[in-house]
Design a protein around this ligand. Sequence first.
Ligand code: F3S
Length: 480
Amino acid sequence: MKIYTKQSISLLDGIDRKTGIITQKGHELEGKCIANSVLRFPKSTGSTVGVSTLLELKENSVAPKKIILGKPDSNVIAGCILAEIPIEVEGIKIKKLTERELGKIQHLPKYLQDILIKEAEISGAEGFIQIDSVQIAGVSYKTVGEGGLKAIKYLTDKGDKVKVPTTLNPSGMDLEEWKEQGISANFAEKQLEIINAFKKIGAIPTASCIPYSLGNFAPSGRHIAFGESSAVNYANSVLGCKTNRENSVKTIISALSGYTLNNGMHLSENRKPDCEIHVKCELNSFSDYGALGYYAGENSEIPYFTGISPNLWELKAISAASAAVGSVSLFFVEGMISTDENNIKKKINFGKKDLNSIYKKLNTTDKTPDLITVGCPHYDMFEINMVARLLEDRRLRIPFWIMTANLFKEQARQLGFKKIIEKAGAKLYSDTCMVVAPIEDLGFKITATNSAKAAKYLPSFCKQEVIFKPLEILIELACS
Ligand code: F3S
């Protein structure tokens, strides 16, 4: 059976891994089963841990028997190589690499060479490039499942160590306070198995989507291999590093080898904006910038924003939302990193009406939430301090989670911010987030957030109804 679609598929939350049925809302294939089909789609969207979906589909005997991609997509290609699903990319013939390129990686163990070479050949990459830093994706047991766990163990059991500084993406639980978070012992056991596997290869067990705030990044113009889509977008667009949206498996390969493929965002010719988005309304909060990112993800591949001067935290909001909604991994803001504007084919405006319509789309209910959560992407020390000040002398009546990295939780403990947060009735959790923790199994049904990225994933990936509002409004909601 051939199944053909012109629409991209979200591998993380668009396919039921047990049945092979497309569940992506509004997709033309919604409700259709892709098991044993020849599936043609242009590319995947959203999270880079989608590679685990292909492994799980195979594990559950509901994988397509062949995939045909419209464009090279590392997520899908690596997933197919590991799950042994035949794959081809339309218009790209298997490209044999030159002796010079093969020579660059000939010192590596054979299994690393094999995966790098196979992906380079299928995707038509120029060859290989050395990298300075890695952020491993696919760390939460909830997102990778049994298929992903097998792949992680296969790649980390061989005795090899990471070659460059390597940190992890958020896991499925607070690694210190998971019992308090309500996580089951079974889930915790699997999650710790994953963390221990990464520790064994020498990765730093900091599980956070803001590696750049924790010292894991490289100078502008250098090549890195990041896995989490918002971190990829931030590294390319704000720091000027060069990274593709690397999938979970590929980040492990890159960490162990110190190499990635020389294609996509590593090549200057691909780093040009295609669409100008002129912002005509005032943006007053992190959520507003997230809504702008959401709109950009829906309407462009490499946006060029004019009419705004965002700060570093607002840039985080744009990075997260635009990468989650579309496949944006690079954007430009007028006055920041300079670029070649001649490639811009489309110009659109973003006004108050557009802003309101994104809020309308992301708010799926007006009922009272049973969980409020902020810190997507993870909060850094500035943001923890800010929320602690807002919570001082308040008393929250609804569970309120603030997500961060373990290093920042420790600093917040030492500086007294954690105490202020807990006195108000909120929790500062590290190493995890509201999307990749199994919140749907903890009894939560309605979640409020100030993050457009979280608001996008919470319904599909966590079965939540969603309230999407700025932080100050969420705090009032929690106190009322
Ligand atoms: Fe980070 Fe989780 Fe958001 S990984 S970007 S906090 S969905």
